[in-house]
Write a new protein. Sequence first.
Lengths: 116, 109
Amino acid sequence: DAGVIQSPRHEVTEMGQEVTLRCKPISGHDYLFWYRQTMMRGLELLIYFNNNVPIDDSGMPEDRFSAKMPNASFSTLKIQPSEPRDSAVYFCASSEPSGHQNTEAFFGQGTRLTVV
Amino acid sequence: EDQVTQSPEALRLQEGESSSLNCSYTVSGLRGLFWYRQDPGKGPEFLFTLYSAGEEKEKERLKATLTKKESFLHITAPKPEDSATYLCAAHTGGFKTIFGAGTRLFVKA
């Protein structure tokens, strides 16, 4: 497996524009996570899905952020409208729980978003 | 409030100089303590999972330990290729994960 695949790797957009980040998890993984990483706040969990269903979106900062998982092999994170403070690296990760204990998350390479 | 704190923020070592990184956590219902390594421009890469106090795991020059309040990542005789940011993360109920800010490790030849 090629691992978790994210696109694009880099995105530069103007304030007010819509931005869509994409993720393909590892085949067979039931859980998908979206994270945001900044120097100030570190790595923050935004939302996670289990079997394509959003389970906890309490980390989504504002209504401008939305995430979907239409099928087991694809997820999107959308920001509309984008603002300069949304500039960060966005990571997607997937994992497969083992019984009652968590297994590790496998991270993609990330999308570096710059909003000017 | 659930919290994970790592120290030091940065650590500079000479090659071969052993040391330890600390991860203190205050979470309700810890379901696993994870260590990751992150290289510049890449996503975190899994190293270890610890589930209960007293547990230890080793991989090459790294050893992770866990108590009821903290975890340590011991690095024995580090090499320059061990330079990276090391992140710890606490899994709590509902598979939620709280990451620490990380320790940036620099190993000089």
